[in-house]
Design a protein around this ligand. Structure first.
Ligand code: KG4
Ligand code: ZN
Length: 355
């Protein structure tokens, strides 16, 4: 039996978790900073790193206690060291180094984006996880990328967003509709009771074969549909209407139209990517989706439909593991430990992903 303690501080969640043998989550503690950033309607890096410093130690203690183990029982320390806000990453990485040194255990640096895809394996037994080759999609606040996956840690990007990530587009659309931060989940909730009939928002597919994404046109189209065309440019621009003029019914209708268009775009690209892999004689066996937007109600329904018609095993992250968490970091680290691919105390923090 192998126990790994994982830490995650890449953005605005302070998280620690203990995972047994890469699958069984013994504890998963997430302290969300949403309240601290709410009034700014976005993450403020300096506030985020300070809050990580304050919350990480109690979060780690709680994760160890909830797992019912002692620190000495931990076999390795894993930490998300890329990509993310550098100041935030530094807090988790410094704490992980201190723990690895004090307990004399291996340290494993983990790519946060890869970990989002690993999350589909958590709380599933050996027979229920991802089968390879797999088609992976990471949909989060920072990423919208399709992967041809060979294993939990070996994958090739097939397409990515050329502007906004889909989660970012959700957050911006939520601001346009006057919804509270974090916008994505609120917009999803509202969309479920809206009727989008009569609202036509553009779906950007780029070239006929393209596996890349673009969401900035959709966001601008929503802005103009809600507020009318701007007079003037930039911050000086004035609009015909305010989002405050919307009735509840209109607001829900716009949310539903946005949701339908954004998710339909993802669906089309997933199907294209599955087709591309088959053409390259790498027929995928699973469809793996991870990241915050994997919690989206419509995406989960549509992914089920794709998996059925394309005959893929559906591997969606379970709800507690869609948003940022440390269980996905500790889980993926098991694969690295098993292959003796560990880091040393010089482990750097890196703002961007190499994937
Ligand atoms: O993976 P995550 O927690 O953080 C990043 O690595 O970026 O993803 C957060 C993103 C946010 O943009 C949030 O609005 C979006 O995921 N999100 C959703 C939903 N829940 C979270 N977007 C659409 N529908 C949801 N239900
Ligand atoms: Zn994330």
């Amino acid at each position: 039996m192998t126990l790994i303690l994982g830490l995650e501080t890449s953005c605005d969640e302070t998280a620690a978790a203990v995972v047994q043998d890469g699958r069984k989550v013994l504890s998963n503690v997430v302290w969300s900073q949403h309240e601290l950033h709410q009034r700014y309607r976005g993450v403020v890096p300096e506030i985020a790193s300070r809050a990580h410093i304050e919350k990480l130690t109690p979060t780690v203690e709680q994760a160890i206690q909830a797992a019912g183990i002692t620190p000495q029982a931990i076999d390795a320390i894993a930490v998300g060291n890329r990509p993310g806000l550098v100041g935030s990453l530094l807090v988790g990485v410094s704490a992980a180094k201190a723990l690895a040194w004090a307990l004399d255990r291996p340290l494993i640096g983990i790519d946060h984006v890869q970990a989002h895809l690993y999350a589909a394996n958590l709380d599933r037994d050996e027979n229920g996880g991802v089968l390879y080759p797999a088609l992976g999609l990471v949909v989060s606040g920072g990423h919208t990328t399709l992967y041809d996956m060979d294993s939990p840690s070996v994958m090739t990007p097939m397409g990515r967003t050329i502007d906004d990530a889909v989660g970012e587009a959700y957050d911006k659309a939520a601001v346009i509709l006057g919804l509270d931060y974090p916008g994505g989940p609120n917009l999803d909730k509202l969309a479920q009771r809206g009727n989008p009939t009569g609202i036509d928002l553009p779906r950007t597919l780029l070239g006929r074969e393209s596996l890349d994404f673009s969401f900035s046109g959709l966001k601008t189209a929503l802005l103009y549909a809600v507020r009318g065309h701007p007079r003037g440019r930039g911050p000086e621009a004035t609009f015909e209407r305010s989002e405050k003029d919307l009735t509840d019914e209109q607001r829900a209708a716009f949310a539903a139209a946005f949701q339908q268009t954004a998710i339909e775009t993802l669906v089309i690209k997933i199907r294209r990517a599955a087709h591309t892999m088959r053409e390259q004689k790498r027929a995928p066996r699973s469809l793996v989706i991870g990241g915050g937007v994997c919690a989206n109600s419509l995406l989960r329904i549509k992914a089920g439909e794709i998996a059925e018609t394309e005959r893929l095993r559906l591997c969606l992250s379970a709800m507690p593991y869609c948003l940022d968490n440390a269980a996905m970091i500790a889980g993926l680290a098991h694969d690295y430990l098993y292959r003796h691919s560990v880091s040393d105390l010089n482990l750097p923090v890196i703002a961007t992903t190499s994937m």
